[in-house]
Design a protein around this ligand. Structure first.
Ligand SMILES: Nc1ncnc2c1ncn2[C@@H]1O[C@H](COP(=O)(O)OP(=O)(O)OP(=O)(O)O)[C@@H](O)[C@H]1O
Length: 486
C-alpha cells in the first residue's frame, strides 16, 4: 500500500524537551489511523509537522511515498492535507455558510455567488449524511456543529487526508457517535483520517491502525483489531492499569453548598455529587451561578455563608475551588508563565508585606507541577507551550492544592490521558475523604458513576431525579437524562 502521509526519522525539540524523537509513521490511503499516547507524548507536535505548521529539526515528512519539505500550512493544504484543531478557528459573527467558503468564495463575475455557495454546501454535507443550519452565526451553534463545518471546509479545499486532533474531547456522547460515523463515512469514501484521542474505546471502535507514542518516541504501530483495551492501556501507559472501582463516601457531614434557585441542590462535606445531563440542559448555567460567572436570582450558601452576591475572587477566598474543562478560556492565562499560573489565587500566602518570597514561590510551583506530573521545560515559559493535557493537570493541581471546602469540577479530565484521569479521580476522592464537598459535572457517564455518591440528573433546566452512584445505575441515569422514568 502506498504511504499517503507519514514521517521518516522525525525529531523536534523545544529547549530540553524532546517532543518527537526519531519518529517513523506510515499512514496508508483510505484508512483511519489513530495516534495515541500520554499527555506531552508529542502527538500534536507531530501533526503540526505533518501539516506544515512546524518543521522538524531532522528527518522528513513523507507524502505519496516521497520525502517532502513543507514550508507552511499552504504547502500541506496544496498537497491535500487538512487539519481540524483542538481549538476551532471560526469567526463567531459570520454564518456557518460564510465560514465554510471564507477565502475561497464561489464567484459569478466580480460578485460572490451565495446561491452557488449554498448549493455546494448542502450537497457536500448531504454526501456525508449531515444537514446544518447554514444561516446561523458560528458563535451560536454547538462545538459539534462547528467541528462538522471545519471538516467540510477542509474537504472543500480539496483535502483527502484529514488530521483531527482530539476532536471528541469537548463532545457529548451522542455527538461522539455522530462524529465517529462521519469519520467512517470519510474512510469508506476513500479519504484518509488521522485521529487523536485519549478515549481508547473510541480509538478501538473507529481506527484501522494505531500508533502509540511515549515521550516523543514511537512505541509500536498495530492493527486496531489485534489489541484489546487493557493491552492498549498498557502500551500507552507502559504498565497495566488497574480498573477503578466504586467506593462511596464513608462519612457525610453537614451541607457545604446549598443552592436554592431554578435548580435546587445540596452538596455535603465528604460527598461527591455528580451532575448528569445531555449538553444544553442547564448544567453550564448552574456551574456559572455557583462560581459567580452568572447572576443568580435565588440564594447560594457556602458552609452556611450567603455568597449569592459575591464576586468570583471573594467566593474563592470563602473556600470555593473551580476546575473547568475550558482551560484555555477559563482556567489559565495562556501568555503568563507556568509559575504565575500555578500561584494564581494563592500568591498572598507566599510572601510577606505584599512581596512574594521567591524561594517559597519556587518550592510551591515545583511541588504542584511535580505532584500532578506536569511535563514542562521551564517554569518561566508561557502556559501556552504546555500540551493540552498538561495545561489541564496544572489547573487541577492548583485548585486541589488550595484544599477548597467545595470544589466545582466541570469536565475535570478533558484532554487528560488514561493515567492522568485515574490520578485525578483518586485526588478528587481524597479531597472528599478529607471532608470537602465536590460537585462534579461531566459528560462522561462512566466518570460520574464511578466517582459520585449521588447523581443529580438535569433535564430541560430542571432536576429530573436523583440516583445513587455506582455503575449499576447507568440505565436509570441515562433514562432520566432523556426525560424518561428511571
Ligand atoms: N512551542 C512549544 N514550546 C515549548 N514546548 C513545547 C512547545 N510545543 C510543544 N512543547 C512541548 O512538547 C511536548 C509535546 O507536546 P505535544 O503538544 O506534542 O503533546 P501531546 O502528545 O499532543 O499532548 P496532549 O495529549 O497533552 O495534548 C510537551 O512537553 C510540550 O510542553
Amino acid at each position: 500500500m502506498p504511504v499517503r502521509l507519514g514521517a521518516r526519522d522525525v525529531s523536534r525539540a523545544f529547549g530540553s524537551v524532546r517532543a518527537n524523537a526519531h519518529v517513523d509513521l506510515t499512514v496508508e490511503a483510505g484508512t483511519v489511523h489513530a495516534v495515541v499516547g500520554e499527555n506531552g507524548a508529542g502527538k500534536t507536535t507531530l501533526m503540526r509537522i505533518l501539516y506544515g505548521l512546524d518543521q522538524p529539526d531532522s528527518g522528513t515528512v513523507v507524502i505519496d511515498d516521497h520525502p517532502v519539505r513543507l514550508r507552511g500550512p499552504a504547502d500541506g493544504i496544496r498537497r491535500g492535507i487538512g487539519l481540524v484543531r483542538q481549538e476551532l478557528a471560526m469567526i463567531d459573527s459570520l454564518t456557518l455558510l460564510e465560514n465554510l467558503v471564507l477565502g475561497a468564495e464561489p464567484r459569478s463575475g466580480p460578485r460572490i455567488s451565495w446561491s452557488a455557495a449554498r448549493a455546494s454546501a448542502v450537497d457536500l454535507a448531504a454526501g456525508f449524511g449531515i444537514s446544518l443550519p447554514w444561516d446561523s452565526p458560528a458563535g451560536s451553534v454547538s462545538v459539534s456543529v462547528r467541528q462538522q463545518v471545519e471538516i467540510l471546509r477542509a474537504l472543500r479545499r480539496g483535502a483527502d487526508v484529514l488530521i483531527l486532533d482530539e476532536p471528541t474531547a469537548a463532545l457529548a456522547p451522542a455527538q461522539v457517535t455522530e462524529l465517529l460515523r462521519l469519520l467512517r463515512g470519510l474512510r469508506d469514501a476513500g479519504r484518509t483520517v488521522i485521529f487523536i484521542s485519549h478515549k481508547l474505546d473510541e480509538v478501538l471502535s473507529v481506527a484501522d491502525t494505531i500508533t502509540v507514542l511515549r515521550q516523543g518516541k514511537v512505541i509500536t504501530t498495530v492493527p486496531a483489531d489485534s489489541v484489546t483495551r487493557p493491552e492498549l492501556v498498557s502500551l500507552v501507559v507502559g504498565a497495566p492499569l488497574e480498573a477503578e472501582g466504586y467506593s462511596p463516601s464513608a462519612d457525610v457531614g453537614p451541607p457545604v453548598l446549598e443552592v436554592a434557585d431554578v435548580i435546587s441542590l445540596r452538596v455535603h462535606a465528604g460527598e461527591i455529587v455528580g451532575i448528569a445531563a445531555v449538553a444544553g440542559n442547564g448544567q453550564d448555567e448552574l456551574v456559572e451561578r455557583i462560581v459567580g460567572l452568572r447572576p443568580c436570582t435565588g440564594r447560594i450558601t457556602l458552609s452556611g455563608k450567603d455568597i449569592t452576591g459575591l464576586p468570583v475572587d471573594r467566593r474563592r477566598s470563602a473556600g470555593l475551588g473551580y476546575v473547568s474543562g475550558e482551560r484555555r478560556t477559563e482556567g489559565l492565562s495562556l501568555d503568563a508563565s507556568l509559575a504565575d499560573n500555578t500561584i494564581a489565587g494563592t500568591h498572598r500566602t507566599l510572601g510577606r508585606f505584599g512581596w512574594l518570597a521567591p524561594g517559597r514561590v519556587r518550592a510551591h510551583v515545583q511541588r504542584v507541577l511535580d505532584g500532578y506530573s506536569v511535563r514542562y521545560g521551564r517554569t518561566s515559559a508561557p502556559a501556552r507551550t504546555l500540551s493540552g493535557g498538561n495545561q489541564q493537570r496544572l489547573v487541577i493541581g492548583r485548585e486541589l492544592d488550595r484544599g477548597p471546602t467545595l470544589l466545582v469540577a466541570a469536565g475535570p479530565t478533558r484532554g487528560v490521558d488514561v493515567l492522568g484521569e485515574a490520578y485525578i479521580h483518586a485526588r478528587l476522592k481524597e479531597l472528599r475523604d478529607n471532608g470537602s464537598g465536590v460537585l462534579l459535572v461531566s459528560e462522561q457517564l462512566d466518570e460520574l458513576l464511578t466517582l459520585s455518591d449521588r447523581v443529580v440528573v438535569l433535564h430541560q433546566g430542571e432536576v429530573a431525579g436523583e440516583v445513587p452512584g455506582g455503575p449499576e445505575n447507568r440505565t436509570a441515569v441515562g433514562n432520566l437524562m432523556l426525560g424518561r422514568q428511571p
